[in-house]
Design a protein around this ligand. Structure first.
Ligand code: SF4
Length: 484
């Protein structure tokens, strides 16, 4: 089954960790609630591992959180003093149950569970190195490479945090990880802070999550974000921080603010909702147009549409509604059904659109197949003019850090000029947010966001050539699978 109307980039994963001093019978339920809140970060598989004094019980499977876990599963995971959870969308490693996380490793000094968000850029080289040394891998994901690097280091150092620090000096790319050993919980963020990771408190308990919306889901309050290159260690004695001195200026993925994160999350001190509205304001200044109504593409175009409307003075309207009950994927047996699939998910409100000059705000265009159908749908609803305003710059380059932005060949902005794109999509005009403007949608201190897929300049080295080709081939194969 393939999601034919899905033409948006996906994040790789969401992670969650919960540490309590005493045994807590609600741990699995907390993790379940948090994964629900993080579901937008990965819909292919999910998992929860509960540790009860070092005895780890895991359930992980392909599917949504609501599909994978029954009430009985939550009860069977049982009480414990730590839990890690994960939702996954694969950008490295196939979408198979074996690649679901958390990954559990049993080694000479105990057991370890790890959940990872991001994408390593030297996973192929490290895997080759470990395999040449006799290492055996059970999955095709780069998370197992991190697990292996930590485990190998753990055999020669005294503490799990020292092993994580040693592994961080070996692995490259994007990673926000939560690691659970028999007695400690560790959270760490890569030297650029490419993916978000925050810490919260729930009474005396410590909570980690990819986004603050998951803290709210378990009743925890936000404490702070993990800094680039930082390791946080939680033990029954308290919380401590290790500066690995690998970190520098934050280069978090700006696309987290544009599209990936939930609007009610606050990342690195900035509200995602406010950042999106600001994108709409900048868009209105850069690409004004005479129009009657501003509408947003649900859901992630709505905040930017509000910003565009407020700045331009053009009234905001609800122009597209989304059917919330269409399953994530469904069987579409005929070509005709596939072609019309977008109309099952979205429908145009004639009352808002008929006879009007419409500004349609969306967060991004990747291949353009969905947007083309949306524009045609608005025309059928009577739009007199359609002006597309996109709250990110054109995608021209691949992402190597955990978002499945496709190979250059599949990116419409890499293949056509802006005028050609407007013509192809059937729009009267199109305006993208500029690279300098997207850099300032979120006001984060000591930060200069990653904008690599827009500019071609990455905060750290992309995979070396052979790895890069393998990576691009993998993405391309995935694209073919999705569109078949
Ligand atoms: S390349 Fe693009 S999608 Fe990837 S981390 Fe950078 S800004 Fe985000």
């Amino acid at each position: 089954m393939v999601d034919f109307y899905d033409d948006k980039p996906h994040d790789e994963c969401g992670v969650f960790g919960y540490f309590c001093k005493d045994t807590n019978e609600h741990l699995a339920a907390y993790a379940y609630s948090a994964l629900f809140a993080l579901q937008h970060r990965g819909q292919e598989s999910c998992g929860i591992c509960v540790s009860n004094d070092g005895v780890m019980t895991v359930r992980k499977e392909l599917g949504l959180v609501s599909e994978v876990f029954s009430q009985r599963d939550i009860e069977e995971l049982g009480a414990g003093n730590m839990a890690v959870g994960h939702v996954r969308y694969s950008t490295t490693g196939a979408s198979k149950a074996m690649n679901a996380q958390p990954i559990i490793v049993h080694h000479k000094k105990g057991s370890m569970a790890i959940a990872h968000n991001g994408n390593l850029t030297n996973a192929n080289e490290l895997r080759d190195e470990f395999e040449s040394d006799g290492g055996i891998f059970h999955t095709t994901s780069d998370t197992e490479v991190i697990a292996y690097a930590i485990t190998r280091a753990r055999l020669t150092v005294g503490a799990i945090e020292d092993a994580v620090e040693a592994a961080m000096k070996k692995i490259k790319g994007a990673y926000s990880i939560v690691v659970m050993s028999p007695r400690k919980m560790i959270a760490a963020r890569d030297p650029y802070g490419l993916r978000p990771l925050c810490m919260g408190r729930h009474g005396d308990d410590i909570v980690f999550a990819s986004e603050s919306c998951a803290l709210g889901a378990v009743g925890a309050s936000f404490v702070r974000d993990i800094e680039p290159g930082e390791i946080i260690v939680v033990t029954p004695k308290g919380v401590s921080s290790i500066n690995t001195f690998t970190g520098g200026k934050k280069r978090m993925c700006v696309f987290e603010y544009v599209y990936i994160a939930r609007p009610d999350s606050v990342i690195d001190g900035e509200s995602v909702h406010i950042a999106r509205k600001r994108a709409g304001v900048y868009l209105a200044r850069a690409h004004p147009v005479a129009a009657d109504v501003v509408i947003g593409s649900p859901d992630s175009g709505l905040d930017a549409a509000l910003g565009y409307s407020e700045e331009s003075g053009i009234p905001y309207g609800v122009g597209i509604t989304k059917n919330r009950y269409v399953a994530r994927t469904f069987i579409q047996p005929t070509q005709e059904m596939r072609r019309r699939s977008i109309t099952l998910k979205l429908s145009a409100l004639k009352a808002t659109i008929d006879g009007k000059r419409v500004v349609l705000v969306d967060d991004s265009i990747v291949r353009g197949n969905t947007m083309r159908q949306v524009v045609s749908m608005l025309r059928l609803a009577g739009a007199a003019e359609i002006h597309l305003r996109i709250s990110s710059p054109p995608f021209r380059y691949p992402c190597y850090f955990g978002i499945d932005v496709d190979t250059c060949d599949n990116l419409i902005a890499n293949q056509m000029t802006t005028a050609e794109i407007a013509e192809y999509l059937g729009a009267d005009s199109i305006g993208y947010l500029g690279i300098e403007d997207v850099r300032r949608i979120a006001r984060v201190e000591n930060s200069d966001f990653c904008v690599g897929c827009f500019s071609g300049e990455y905060p750290c080295e992309p995979p070396i050539d052979s790895g890069k080709r393998k990576f691009e081939r993998k993405l391309s194969e995935r694209g073919t699978e999705r569109e078949r």
